[in-house]
Ligand binder design. Structure first.
Ligand code: ASP
Length: 575
């Protein structure tokens, strides 16, 4: 049907007879007989000069035949790759008529998201989405090649499984053949990839679909894709290398440039300096330790286990209202209050609380924060985790650049704690998942219990890109004795462990190699590479924020017979 793609015609093609196919992007009448038609396909648009009147409308699907020619002087369009040429003496064959599109297809027009998703097939015709899906395909291809080159075998693991604990709620599927029983959809292939290691596959990878029933956000959909990998007889260093190689290949495939080696930061440093385990290192505003400076302070609000501050360069011009708003934010994030100080021309500090601080403390503050005239200093005093959390969030709200700025800053965060907190009953909560190997030097703390558990480092690591957690991984526990101990601490009793992961524990009895792995979110990587704030822009058919699909109307009720067949009866909805 066609000889060329619209967007690929250039001055070199002048004189050629061509046939192109696509959608009518715009149509402008010129006199009675002549019309300029911009024809669009996936490669771009080309202008066609059509002789004779045609009842062409936007989004009609047409085939155009004609001769490529250089546009007349003064009518070239340097903004368009095909802007030097046009298809002249064009004849048009209508292949499909089209109703007027439900929204304009230019990138300049903002359309309500539900409307866009309702007609996603029209939305997909837009440049931006075409480009994003190309980026996505390029990333997938590069990842596959990188993994194959590194000796990994692609293995598909099942979708209908028993639960895999990744800390989210499962999507469940009722079983017709075993009424009253349910499959879980995989939150990740975690348990299966570990079984592959016991199965001697040595190096496994998969571009895996994962499903987690969590509230949707800009960087989270119910279903997402991850590059999932696992390898035997390796430790953390090798996994970091395998993963970095794949990510760097993917970045290079999209941008044409290969970023340098990925730097590493410990979890502890990330928390202390950025107040986050996924620090956005594109900008400063680092958290500065001030606890020692105020160890003997007379100011009650600073008599706390931890005091930290950040310096906002040039921030002293904020109004009282703006400062009050910052204080409200800090309280919303969990602080009791926020102390602000403005740095005057002579580097003295103006603040409602300055009178409660000694000269030594004030001078010490200026030094520690390297304060310069015109800066704003923000201080929080509280328990250490609260201080880090609050200042970490304030830092982001004050300094985070738009997604398209600051380059791509990949970062490994290593030495995560094994447990992130203790619950009401004093039981630890896994920071990663329960199969994560504790750090060898900290293994003895497993027997101590209580607060000491929180000091156990694990062999878990995250990959962070511009403040987004791209993925996580760990060295796994391959010894049943350590696994039982961790389960016991987590309150997973023998019985529960047997029902939930009995198959894994049993498998380990038949010869488990030491193994380690990683998984990172492809949607997030692609979004950042495509300069998108929201992963929905890089997914062909995403859900709305409320988890629905306006196109297919999913989720939909099912009829009574289908329910009966599944052995299910619905309760009236609870509000
Ligand atoms: N299964 C983990 C996740 O999906 C990744 C891993 O530990 O390999 O986050």
């Amino acid at each position: 049907m066609r000889t060329d793609y619209c967007g690929e015609l250039r001055a070199d093609d002048a004189g050629r007879e061509v046939a192109v196919c696509g959608w009518v992007a715009t149509r402008r009448e010129h006199g009675e007989h002549l019309a300029f038609v911009d024809l669009r396909d996936r490669s771009g648009v080309v202008q066609c000069v059509v002789d004779g009147a045609h009842d062409l409308r936007s989004e009609y699907v047409v085939r155009v035949r004609g001769t490529v020619r250089i546009r007349p002087e003064g009518t070239t369009n340097p903004a368009l790759p095909t802007g030097d040429v046009e298809i002249g003496d064009a004849t048009v064959e209508v292949l499909s008529e089209a109703e007027p599109p439900p929204f304009p297809l230019t990138d300049r027009v903002e359309t309500d998201e539900t409307v866009r998703l309702r007609h996603r097939y029209v939305d997909l015709r837009r440049d931006r989405l075409q480009r994003n899906l190309e980026v996505r395909a390029t990333v997938n291809a590069a990842l596959r090649t990188a993994m194959a080159r590194q000796g990994f075998t692609e293995v598909e693991t099942p979708m209908l499984i028993a639960s895999t604990p990744e800390g989210a709620r499962d999507f469940v599927v009722p079983s017709r053949l075993s009424p009253g029983s349910f499959y879980a959809l995989p939150q990740s292939p975690q348990l299966f990839k570990q079984l592959c290691m016991v199965g001697g596959l040595d190096r496994y990878y998969q571009i895996a679909r994962c499903l987690r029933d969590e509230d949707l956000r800009a960087d989270r959909q119910f279903e997402f894709m991850q590059l999932d990998l696992e390898a035997s007889f390796v430790g953390q260093a090798e996994v970091l290398d395998f993963t970095a190689e794949a990510v760097l290949d993917a970045v290079e495939a999209v941008t044409g440039e290969r970023p340098g080696a990925v730097p590493t930061m410990t979890w502890h440093d990330a928390m202390e300096r950025f107040g986050s385990d996924k620090p956005d290192v594109r900008f400063g505003l680092e958290l500065v330790e001030l606890t020692e400076l105020f160890s003997a302070t007379g100011f009650n609000a600073f008599k706390a286990p931890c005091v930290k501050g950040i310096r906002v360069p040039g921030g002293a011009d904020r109004t009282r209202n703006q400062l009050d708003a910052l204080t409200d934010d800090a309280k919303r994030y969990g602080a009791k209050g926020l102390v602000w100080m403005k740095v005057e021309a002579d580097r003295t500090l103006t603040s409602p609380v300055a009178k409660f601080l000694s000269d030594v403390e004030l001078a010490g503050l200026v030094d520690a924060l390297e304060a310069a005239p015109g800066d704003l200093l923000l201080l929080v005093a509280d328990e250490r985790p609260t201080v880090r959390h609050v200042l970490g969030l304030l830092r982001l709200s004050l300094g985070r650049p738009p997604v398209t700025e600051g380059g791509l800053n990949l970062l490994w965060v290593v030495d995560f704690p094994l447990f992130e907190s203790l619950d009401d009953q004093g039981r630890p909560v896994s920071a990663h998942h329960p199969f994560t190997m504790p750090n060898a030097q900290d293994m003895h703390l497993l027997d101590e219990g209580g607060e000491a558990l929180l000091d156990i480092r694990s062999q878990a690591y995250d990959l962070v890109l511009n403040g987004w957690e791209l993925g996580s991984g760990s060295v796994r526990i391959h010894r049943p004795d350590i696994q039982s101990k961790v389960f016991a601490l987590l309150g997973i009793g023998d019985e529960e462990a047997r029902t939930k992961f009995g198959f894994l524990l049993e498998a380990f009895r038949y010869g488990a190699p030491p193994h380690a792995g990683f998984a990172f979110g492809i949607d997030r990587l692609v979004a950042l590479l495509a300069g998108e704030e929201n992963i929905r822009e890089v997914i062909a058919f995403p859900k709305t924020q409320s988890g629905t699909d306006p196109l297919t109307s999913a989720p939909t009720p099912i009829d009574a017979d289908a329910l009966t067949e599944l052995g299910l009866r619905l309760l009236p909805p609870t509000t």
